[in-house]
Design a protein around this ligand. Structure first.
Ligand code: PEP
Ligand code: MG
Length: 611
């Protein structure tokens, strides 16, 4: 748990009452700290946070500078319109200038900054809200229309304050808990890791990409809280328990003390498990490799400290998500080569599996304009790459170049048809030929794998297995597509069942096809980090589990205690049930096996949120 900065509520406004809300725990850990409200109830995301006393004067200057810049921009526009003889528009702008000079509005904003210690953007938004409420009550149509003018100025000033395209955190200097309606991966990657204590969102689910990113970064997160954004205001203190999913707003002293005790005991348990894990690594889990899922930009240096046996999934799309432009070949080569070199240090058989660009669904590039009414079923992932051949070619060249620096494999996501797999393999050959022509070295024997995350791939796995070197089952998407339940929508999370017999059948079919063809098969979806499911996957014959690195030690502790014979017997029983058992019953049976081997699991289970 991190220290709690700025915990004293500013004078000038009452703090919200103590209230606890439950959501979906998606990334373990505990955090307590001030709220940073990342509100998106208008087209513009307006950050809201509390300043330290020392920052108030600077914030007032920032506000006044923005006011001056707004005036300058409007005057410039007005002059241009005057010369274009657009009378009505320049009248509107003259009105804007009058509003900008309104002493009441300016005093209200400055008071909020000074007395409530609100950041300038939020002070403007709150003051505009007061105007909005006032205008809404007016009967006179003309006056009601003036609301638009005020809103125009509001958005111009906030944009100026944020600096177009700059991070909303530009002016935040001490750690905060981000409270938002929802967070996209491209927003999440731009947040400064060192200032984020935790995430709490209204929407989202355990396998939405923002949640996965929180797990990878080791940031506690609770999602699917419903209306947390309307229950808090900047300056409130919240406590967030990423293991139970409970978020408490403005906890009283007793609640704080209980939270601290709970956090301490879980941290001690985890530290003990990690220490034991270092001692026990020599006797690793038989037949199952434990690897790490990584995102570029997230440190891959400490993978060895978690005992990762390789990088089972490198989510390359995160190189695209931070910015608006595609990374060029050199940039990609630098990132991939670093991962390849890290993989080489993880052990004799370690490698990094580079998944090619998996854009689309909830992973949109900033500024991406293409609108699809159903992006999870749209032109995403390998479909996008096969319709953007140049992007694909450059990426394959970069991966191949990195393969000269360390053991690497390439993996295609979202493969649904044999044609796609063949087409992707042909592109790989084309990239090899172009590198040969340029005289650039690469690993010509680089293994080519595919993700099994579309039901058609699992159903036809026997044919696919003959044309690739490995499978990796992406249960996050496989569950979503099998159950027709959006992985990021908390309202259908009850249908999101990795232990549903239909999902288990598809995993089983995939493993059997892989076995028959003599190729390895991994699971790299979040279910790999839940050891209750891990024993089932192991028993079915999965040879590798790949997960956020921090989950490896506790998962290894559990899987080491369960023998392969026990896991196989469990899988055999579950196969025998066919569709006659519900997901919850199957999960309970797997859990009972784990508990019988690791009595401590009861205490540990909160580490394995999501699945
Ligand atoms: C998956 O779908 O399980 C997977 C690992 O890919 P992603 O979560 O990035 O879609
Ligand atoms: Mg996927």
């Amino acid at each position: 748990m991190s220290d709690c900065p700025n915990t004293d509520a500013p004078s000038g406004r009452a703090a919200s009452a103590t209230v606890s809300v439950s959501g979906l725990a998606t990334s373990r850990g505990f955090a307590a700290g001030p709220v940073f409200l990342y509100s998106k109830n208008s087209a513009l995301a307006v950050p809201e946070y509390i300043l330290s006393d020392a920052d108030v004067e600077a914030e007032l200057s920032r506000y006044r500078a923005a006011l001056a810049e707004t005036r300058r921009q409007i005057e410039e526009l007005a002059a241009k319109l005057k010369s274009d003889a657009d009378g009505i528009a320049s009248d509107v702008l003259a009105n804007h200038l009058l509003l900008l000079d309104d002493p009441v509005a300016n005093a209200a904003v400055e008071r909020r900054i000074r007395d409530e210690r609100l950041n300038a953007e939020a002070a403007i938004r709150r003051t505009t809200d007061d105007f909005r409420a006032m205008f809404a009550k007016m009967k006179d149509e003309y006056l009601r229309e003036r609301q638009r003018d005020v809103e125009d100025i509001e958005s111009r000033m906030i944009r100026i304050l944020l600096g177009c395209g700059d991070s909303a955190f530009k002016h935040v200097t001490s750690p905060v808990i981000v409270v938002a309606d929802d967070l996209t991966p491209s927003e999440t990657v731009t947040f400064p890791r060192e200032l984020i204590l935790g995430f709490a969102t209204n929407r989202g689910s355990a396998t939405s990409h923002a949640a996965l990113l929180a797990r990878a970064l080791g940031i506690p997160a609770v999602v699917g809280l419903g209306d947390i954004t309307s229950r808090v205001q900047a300056g409130d203190i919240i406590q967030l328990d990423g293991s139970t999913g409970v978020v408490t707003v403005n906890p009283d002293a007793q609640t704080r003390a209980a939270f601290d005790r709970h956090a301490k005991s879980e941290q001690e348990l985890l530290a003990r498990i990690e220490k034991d894990d270092v001692d026990a690594r020599g006797t690793s889990v038989p037949s199952v490799r434990l690897c790490a899922n990584v995102q570029p930009g997230v440190s891959i240096k400490d993978l060895s400290s978690y005992g990762a046996q390789g990088i089972g999934l490198y989510r390359s799309e995160y190189l695209w998500l931070g910015g608006e432009a595609d990374p060029d070949e050199e940039e990609q080569v630098a990132a991939y080569s670093e991962a390849a070199r890290s993989a080489a240090e993880l052990g004799a058989d370690a490698r990094v599996v580079f998944r090619v660009l998996d854009l689309g669904g909830d992973k949109m590039q900033r500024g991406q304009r293409v609108h699809e009414s159903n992006p999870f079923l749209g032109n995403r992932s390998i479909r996008y790459l096969l319709s953007h051949r140049e992007v694909f070619h450059v990426q394959l060249r970069a991966i191949l170049r990195a393969s000269a620096h360390g053991p690497s494999a390439v993996m295609y996501p979202m493969i649904a048809t044999l044609d796609e797999l063949r087409d992707a393999n042909a592109e790989l050959v084309r990239a090899m030929e172009s590198l040969r022509a340029d005289g650039i070295p690469f690993d010509a024997k680089i293994p080519r794998g595919m993700m099994v995350e579309v039901p058609s791939a699992a159903l036809n796995a026997d044919a696919f297995a003959k044309e690739c070197d490995f499978f990796s089952i992406g249960t996050n998407d496989l569950v979503q597509y099998t159950m027709a339940a959006d992985r990021a929508n908390e309202r259908v999370s009850y249908l999101y069942q990795p232990a549903n017999p239909a999902v288990i059948r598809l995993v089983d079919m995939t493993v059997r096809a892989a076995r028959a063809a003599g190729i390895p098969v991994a699971v790299c979806g979040e279910s790999a980090s839940d050891p209750v499911l891990g024993v089932l996957w192991m028993g079915l014959g999965v040879t590798e589990l790949s997960m956020s690195a921090g989950y490896i030690p506790p998962v290894r502790k559990v899987l080491q205690a369960v023998s392969m014979d026990d896991a196989r017997a469990l899988a055999e029983r579950v196969r025998g049930y066919g569709a006659s058992r519900a997901a919850a019953e199957i999960y309970a049976e797997c859990r009972a096996l784990v508990l019988s081997k690791v009595p401590e699991f009861e205490e540990m289970q909160s580490f394995f949120t999501a699945g």
